[in-house]
Design a protein around this ligand. Sequence first.
Ligand SMILES: *Cc1c(COP(=O)(O)O)cnc(C)c1O
Length: 393
Amino acid sequence: MARDIATELIHHPYQPPAGFEAPQGAVHKASTIIFANVAALRSRDWRHKTGYTYGLHGTPTTFALEERIATLEGGRECVLVPSGLAAVALVGQALLSQGDEVLLPDNVYGPSLNFAKGELARWGITHRLYDPLDVAAFAAMLGPQTRLVWLEAPGSVSMEFPDLAGLAAAARARGITTALDNTWGAGIALRGFEHGIDIVMQALTKYPSGGGDVLMGSVVTQDAALHERIKLTHMRLGLGVAANDCELVLRSLGTLPLRYAAQDAAGRALAVWLGTQPEVVQVLHPALPGSPGHAHWQRHCTAAAGLFSVMLDERFSTAQVDAFVDALRLFRLGYSWAGPISLVVPYDLAGLRSPQAAQRPHLRGHLVRFSVGFEAVADLQADLAQALQTALR
Ligand SMILES: *Cc1c(COP(=O)(O)O)cnc(C)c1O
């Protein structure tokens, strides 16, 4: 008997063509995955990637991206989550229990601190902030309750670059797990496992996506037992990523080193030029001498992201600084970075840092952060010059 068209449209005879090779792989989408028989259903194991069982537990598309991000970071296993912040949260949820303590650098990505304050605290997990530029003081803070240490190199917004290997070694000596937020390094400027770090997390939203149009995060490990703990929590929380978002990141990964190098060169050129302007009292770019932690950057990295901040003189009012930012035309006002459009954000450090951290001498004045896109450097410099002229001279 001929089947109804409704049935035929679902049970179509399509098979991917054998021998079809193309630069990009196919995009595989599924919640349901069909098993040939009950024996196959009972025997398949999603945990070790030996078979497909359900969309949340992996598809050829998520496995392909996981493999490539693990390779990028120099790790063995990767899990994907819907945002960079979800990756931070997953690590905390997988590794911390009531009574534990997590240490965060005092220049940590703001929403990571909010996660500790808002969620971990409710679950009886405490946190303290450490000075990322003081390894001895950090080592002295490590206690029997300390179960996890977050590292960022450089820290968000104020861009201090820590002695990453020194911090990791101090934690390792006490048997404490370390996790690096490697969004800035992107596996290009910095590879955490080479510096003794246990977990490397990244907001794929930034460099790996590169388009300003995808949200995704990754958690990479080398140790199989650590991966298993994270993977099981990931499964129990029901975290998954969309195949079409994976496709966009996979498509962008091939140009990651080129994009990183181009934005590095443009960022350094603009940061150096801004440093020569009388309104700028401090440039916060780890690859430039005079930036806090520059010597540490030299020891850990050869490249830098196209991201930097400047301190504008404290003689300006907040309204004048806001007018400078509003006068920019090519630098658009918005969060995130590593996309094609240059971005700018003025930050109020008082609301972002502990009182001691906000009072460091290199943070005197008004902080403005720039993310450099793919526009011509000369045009970006002209934009900065006209905005300085309009608002601050
Ligand atoms: C953007 C960012 C994140 C979070 O990524 P989302 O995908 O936006 O949640 C985490 N850490 C750092 C350092 C970031 O810059």
